[in-house]
Write a protein that binds this ligand. Structure first.
Ligand SMILES: *Cc1c(COP(=O)(O)O)cnc(C)c1O
Length: 435
């Protein structure tokens, strides 16, 4: 007799104090949400039905964004008609050849870039390589080092180290908050994550970029966890180079191609370390001598991955009429509300937020440090709350304002409280390493 239908969401015979209020507030916040209708542009489980509780709450869009409804039909058309019927003609007639720049221009407004500065193709890792080596080649002759965000997502560090070996520079890991103090005239560039993938901390892009420029260094930003989640302002803050993936908050699909941003005024000086024929000034001249294309096409390498690229292009239609500012406003409201619900449902000694409470330092996820986090997340997923786990002890919950509701946030925190109540042995120090 634990759950009976007459209890509203969050309520039951043993609900914690405040539980009913949080459920009621979630309903009111959803009713007043100007982005609420955008959720219908995605394929998702039906809104959580508290009588059945079967539908999953999806809070892993910071790892793989949900599927926009327009994608399947578009991809079917690309395969059946553009490939199946038009075949080779599609490179020109269907606009395949120019898709990397065209899709780049559709991402550009979401990251504060004017047209002609973003190209889509290859993975984030490959674009990091282009950006770091290309950046070093543009830097002053006396430069001896690259600074790398000490808390970076690993691939950035691996690539930066290899790029440094190839260019004869050293790599120095530095905490983002220390970059302004650590940069010297010998620094070629710093590679920094805009939002920390593990903690959800938002780094100070304007301030760090300015400090790097004051020392004569270039700023290379990794936007994987900010593109589509919050305003970036690449042009406004004079960022030099940036990369980002499109399968997280841009919902482009598994393995969707990444983007490279190259500030317009630097394009002429950019020498790609991967000068494939697609980045040649006249690819079909088949010239044995390399001459780089003008503009952002210089960031291309080889033949674009058309199926993924056009799936991404269709996915970007969910942004029609949606501003990144509105997304940011809702994102902060969602993460604030989730943290409040965690406060109601979860004993403070069982889970602690490692995501900053200060809005200026928060991305669009909440990470909770919780002993036994792996086991806890497995049980959350069994109960229909899909976040993810980062070793050793972090529960990550990603909030995608285009489709995450306040009811989702409330349910996730409530079910987390239930899971911790049902797993009393977990989180007492036996599992995980804490810290
Ligand atoms: C997700 C992510 C990547 C992913 O790199 P891929 O080459 O697309 O696998 C890179 N950097 C950061 C900061 C990320 O969050």
């Amino acid at each position: 007799m634990s759950e009976t239908p007459e209890f509203p969401a969050g309520a039951g015979p043993h609900e914690p104090p405040g539980s009913r209020e949080m459920a009621a507030r979630a309903a009111a916040l959803d009713a007043a949400d100007p982005l609420a209708a955008v959720r219908d542009r995605f394929v998702l489980d039906a809104a959580p039905d508290h009588a059945s509780g079967d539908a999953a709450v999806y809070l892993d869009g910071n790892s793989l964004g949900a599927l926009p409804r327009t994608v399947a039909g578009r991809v079917a058309d690309v395969i059946a008609r553009e490939w199946g019927e038009l075949r080779i003609r599609s490179w020109t007639e269907s606009g395949w050849w120019t898709a990397p720049e065209r899709v780049g221009d559709k991402i550009a407004p979401l990251i504060g870039a004017a047209p002609g500065q973003v190209v889509v193709g290859d993975s984030t890792s490959v674009n990091l390589f282009k950006a770091v080596v290309g950046g070093v080649r543009m830097a002053g002759k006396g430069c001896t080092e690259i600074l790398v965000d000490a808390t970076t997502f690993p691939t950035d560090g691996y690539i930066a180290r290899s790029a440094a070996r190839m260019t004869g520079l050293a790599v120095r890991p530095v905490e983002p908050a220390r970059i302004a103090d650590e940069v010297t005239e010998r620094t070629a560039l710093a590679l920094v994550n805009h939002v920390d993938y593990r903690t959800g901390r938002l780094n100070d892009l304007p301030g760090i970029t300015h400090a790097l420029h004051s020392a004569g260094a270039l700023a290379v930003w990794d936007l994987c966890h900010s593109a589509g989640a919050l305003p970036v302002g690449l042009d406004a803050h004079h960022v030099d180079l940036a990369v980002g993936c499109t399968y997280k908050y841009l919902n482009g699909g598994p393995g969707a191609p990444a983007f490279l941003y190259l500030r317009e005024s630097l394009q002429e000086r950019f020498e790609s370390p991967l000068p494939g024929w697609n980045s040649h000034a006249d690819p079909f001249a088949m010239d044995p001598a390399y001459a780089p294309a003008e503009g952002i096409a210089r960031g291309r390498v080889g033949t674009p991955d058309i199926l993924s690229l056009l799936a991404l292009e269709a996915a970007l239609e969910v942004w029609d009429g949606v501003s990144v500012d509105a997304v940011r406003t809702k994102s902060l409201a969602l993460t604030d509300f989730f943290l409040e619900c965690v406060g109601v449902h979860v004993p403070p000694d069982r889970a602690r937020s490692v995501t900053p409470y200060d809005h200026r330092q928060r991305g669009s996820q909440v990470s909770l440090e919780c002993r036994g986090a792996g086991e806890v997340m497995d049980e959350l997923i069994r109960r229909g709350v899909v976040g993810d786990f980062r070793r050793p002890d972090v529960l990550r919950f990603g909030f995608t304002p285009l489709y995450t509701s306040f009811a989702d946030a409330e349910r996730a925190a409530r079910v987390l409280g239930e899971v911790l109540g049902a797993l009393p042995e977990v989180g007492t120090g036996a599992a995980g390493t804490g810290g």
